[in-house]
Design a protein around this ligand. Structure first.
Ligand SMILES: *Cc1c(COP(=O)(O)O)cnc(C)c1O
Length: 364
């Protein structure tokens, strides 16, 4: 018997999405690091990415990359969250590449790489205004790059990179990409050689590729969400980029089971306080309506806005940790206890669902 809530990971669709992204980027001379963090580091997803042409597998958590290594997937691994000093030994063991932004960490990394008798490759991050990780001061970036080049024998400076559209919502315009290249060229001047990698960002950096204005020297993007969520992703929903419609938006879907169906009032009855999460809420009185309860909740997927029911006339009206309430008054189907409702998923719902112990993952 299938166990619910069930998450279905469709490898054929994931591969087709990655092939599409790889082909868009190849035209611009860009290789892809396939980011697996949103699926809680499923090694099978990493395998899809490699088969579809990704040149690196990347994640923000070392545990994910350990899983990929243990699955025997033979491809360079890139750690994309600035590593903790406390995990540097493991980093050197598991990953060939990492993103870096602290000189003290780099010095320590050099020692750990030396003990492991390995050369670890780094991409120094430049903060171009999104205000998450990276050197915000270009002189600081250049002097750190010089230090790595001249003083750290077991750390190789492979390139520089940036991250946009995460904390500060900054769009990766052509200007931002050119600024990154200027920084790279200043570093090259200081160290007297060319850098191998200029890493121009994540999914949002597909925008300048769609506009055919990505500068030539950008040669790596680190892509996760475009492949996983397709057109449900921000650059379709926030920036209206129809190119994203070429991607499947149902590679990973959720199925949950109905446990109650009843006609109930739409306005709660009694003196109102706060809901299960301590929030005061407004309820609109729409009279009596037919509703269904699903055995899945915010403990599994986070926010009700991030799960999209795939039966016409069904609307999510609320949830607590383990219950999701649907309005099914306008639904033509006769929904009963034991029936299954399927959902498309936005990024954060996939992030939570793949990490939830109560959700069974089925791979097809
Ligand atoms: C998450 C992340 C990415 C991938 O972002 P997507 O929007 O999923 O493509 C790339 N780089 C860094 C540093 C990240 O943290």
């Amino acid at each position: 018997m299938k166990k619910y809530p069930a998450l279905t990971v469709n490898h054929k669709l994931l591969k087709e999405n990655m092939e599409q992204v790889v082909s868009w980027c190849a035209e611009a001379g860009i290789d892809i690091a396939g980011v697996i963090k949103v699926t809680n580091g499923l090694a099978s997803v990493a395998d899809d990415y490699v088969q579809s042409g990704a040149k690196w597998i990347a994640s923000s958590r070392l545990e994910h990359l350990i899983r990929v290594k243990e699955a025997g997937i033979d491809i360079p691994k890139l750690m994309i969250r600035i590593p903790m000093i406390s995990e540097l030994d493991k980093l050197v063991e598991v990953c060939e590449y990492s993103l870096q932004s602290e000189l003290s960490t780099l010095k320590e990394l050099n020692k750990r790489a030396q003990s492991a008798d390995k050369i670890h490759k780094v991409i120094l991050m430049a903060d171009l205004g999104d205000l998450r990780e990276g050197f915000i001061d270009v002189e600081d970036l250049i002097s750190t790059a010089e230090y790595v080049e001249k003083e750290l024998d077991f750390v190789h400076l492979a390139g520089i990179g940036t991250n946009l559209g995460c904390y500060g919502s900054v769009i990766p315009t052509k200007e931002k990409m050119n600024q990154l290249i200027e920084y790279a060229e200043a570093v090259e001047q200081a160290i007297g050689r060319k850098l191998e990698i200029i890493s121009g960002g994540a999914t949002t950096s597909l925008i300048p590729i769609f506009d055919k204005e990505m500068p030539g020297r950008i040669n790596m993007l680190r892509i996760g969400s475009a492949v996983i969520t397709g057109a449900l992703e921000d650059i379709r929903t926030c920036y209206g980029r129809e190119e994203m419609d070429a991607l499947h938006d149902d590679s990973i879907t959720l199925e949950a089971e109905v446990v109650e169906v009843k006609v109930k009032p739409t306005h709660p009855i009694g003196k109102l306080g706060v809901d299960a999460f301590g929030q005061t809420r407004e309820y609109i009185d729409r009279g009596n309506r037919k509703r269904a309860i699903l055995a899945v909740g915010r403990a599994d997927y986070g926010d009700t806005g991030d799960i999209l029911p795939q039966i016409e006339g069904v609307e999510v009206i609320g949830a607590s940790g383990d219950h999701t309430i649907l309005d099914i008054e306008d639904c033509k189907e006769d929904i009963r206890p034991g029936d299954i409702v399927r959902f498309k998923l936005k990024y954060s719902a996939i992030l939570y669902l793949t990490g939830s112990e109560n959700v069974k993952i089925y791979e097809i």
